[in-house]
Design a protein around this ligand. Structure first.
Ligand SMILES: [Zn+2]
Length: 496
């Protein structure tokens, strides 16, 4: 009893003390407010960075065009009109007047091998090239133990300046790699920039492939990874192998929703009508390449395939129309030719025109998609493909500040001009990692008011990179040109 009274007495004293403290705080705040000049009202939580006077395409389903975005730390704190967002400007806020330019969520490449299969370039050069094209996240679809070690070394040194989802291979052609991947947790995050995305299986070989598994063998491999909780990404090109993997996924899911797992079919080069419906029903994610099957590919497809099979090829439009979850990628550096740029990828998906001026045949034209669909495939839909749509992929308060500023609005300029659109600024987690017109956009704001000289975080590091002798090349090529001279192997060592 005595102890209880003691506690009650203590609680009462604390209560009185807290009232006293609150009273002092309130009084002093009132005093401070009374003496502040009326022209600069205080901001409770001023943002670190505000980008305003732009066309902000949020990629949200409704009311998706805004004017301004505010960022604090690594996250978005406001998206809205200039007036709404500039209300968060304080003395310490960096502001960027976008001058009507277009701001989008950073581009997400759902499938590529940029860092892993990079030729003679350094990883840093590849990353800088991707940033200059507006990519903020990459999924690397063949990260074996050596490549994972390389990525972790880069990350620990602070040189992995882009977000990477690593997919660990379970097989390649007839090789089987065992359960080494289970040393890592599904979705394991080493840092904000490096995460285990899932595992990768090759169900057939490039391109009109032979099947590499029997049904029972594939069922077993898929069930094992599924039960351990991994997302599975499966290389499938022909419709027979799509049957195999859909059977294996259905067998593993046992009626459970794929919403939890996001198992994916990579490439989906050939798909039949019945498979469109089955993919929609099972919720399997179609991961296709916006850069594949434009008119450069037409002759090869028409000579290698039977006429009735040509109609099954690269049905991007039909997949979207059928309501299949779809995500976009480039598979860079694989393609004819290899296409690295997000804007060039979008151009190819909406026109099916290659770079040789060949008119696309009707079976390609029928499968063109709309610009807004292509933009979604590389932003919010792509985020769904790694189960990260709640943290990135659209511009909304609380999501990661992964942003890209373009010189033009892809929704309003003629599609032929897409490859000429400049990527002016790429921001990852609130840090500017690429600035094209940095004199205008990153060093000085044209905003009126007290804040007229700004430096965006990250510019210092870019500047030092440019001036050191590490061989990192910062010159930015026009988006239409490929940054990398990558040879086009007929059957590359690692494909898909
Ligand atoms: Zn690939």
């Amino acid at each position: 009893m005595k102890d209880d009274e003691g506690i009650r007495g203590l609680t009462r004293r604390r209560w009185l003390l807290s009232i006293l403290v609150t009273a002092i705080v309130v009084l002093s705040l009132v005093t401070i407010f009374a003496f502040l000049p009326r022209t600069s009202p205080p901001v409770n939580n001023p943002a670190d960075l505000i980008l305003f006077n732009g066309t902000v395409l949020t990629m949200e389903p409704e009311d998706s065009e805004k004017e301004a975005v505010a960022v604090t730390g690594s996250h978005i704190v406001a998206v809205g009109t200039d007036a709404q967002v500039l209300a968060l400007r304080g003395d310490s806020t960096s502001t960027i007047d976008l001058g009507g330019r277009t701001l989008l969520p950073g581009f997400i490449d759902s499938h590529g091998h940029r860092i892993g299969d990079r030729d003679e370039l350094t990883s840093q050069a590849v990353i800088q090239g991707a940033l200059a094209e507006g990519w903020t996240s990459l999924s690397e679809l063949f990260v074996d133990q050596g490549r994972l070690d390389d990525l972790r070394t880069l990350d620990e040194a602070g040189d992995l300046r882009i977000r990477v989802n690593a997919y660990l291979p379970l097989s390649w052609q007839l090789e089987r790699f065992g359960t080494w991947y289970q040393a890592y947790e599904p979705g394991q995050e080493f840092s904000p920039n490096l995460r285990i995305g899932g595992v990768k299986i090759f169900v057939d070989s490039w391109l009109w492939g032979e099947l590499l598994f029997s049904q029972s063998e594939l069922n077993e491999l898929v069930a094992e990874a599924h039960e351990a909780g991994y997302q599975i990404a499966s290389h499938t090109t022909v419709d027979e192998s799509l049957d195999l993997i859909l059977n294996a996924y259905e067998n593993a899911l046992q009626g459970a929703s794929n919403e939890l797992y996001r198992h994916r079919a990579e490439h989906v080069v050939m798909v039949r009508d019945d498979q469109l419906e089955r993919m929609r029903e099972l919720g399997i994610v179609a991961s296709f390449q916006l850069t594949w099957f434009h008119s450069n590919w037409a002759e090869a497809v028409e000579t290698e395939l039977l006429t009735e099979d040509v109609g099954k090829v690269a049905r991007w439009h039909d997949l979207l129309e059928a309501g299949v979850h779809a995500i976009g990628g480039t598979d860079f550096p694989y393609g004819i030719p290899a296409t690295s740029s997000a804007l060039e990828a979008i151009h190819q998906a909406v026109t099916r025109m290659g770079d040789q001026g060949i008119p696309p045949p009707s079976w390609m034209l029928d499968q063109r998609i709309r610009v807004e669909q292509a933009l979604r495939l590389l932003t919010i839909d792509a985020a769904y493909g790694t189960a990260q749509e709640k943290v990135k992929g659209s511009l909304v308060e609380g999501k990661l500040a992964d942003l890209v500023v373009l010189s033009e609005n892809p929704l309003t300029i003629p599609v032929e001009q897409f490859p000429d659109i400049d990527v002016l600024l790429t921001v990852i987690g609130g840090t500017a990692e690429h600035c094209l017109e940095y004199i205008f956009l990153c060093e000085e704001s044209h905003a009126a008011g007290s804040v007229d000289k700004v430096t965006v975080k990250g510019m210092e590091s870019n500047a030092s990179l440019a001036s050191d002798s590490s061989g990192i090349e910062l010159t930015v090529l026009p988006a239409a040109e490929s940054r990398y001279a990558v040879p086009e192997p007929a059957r590359p060592a690692i494909m898909g």
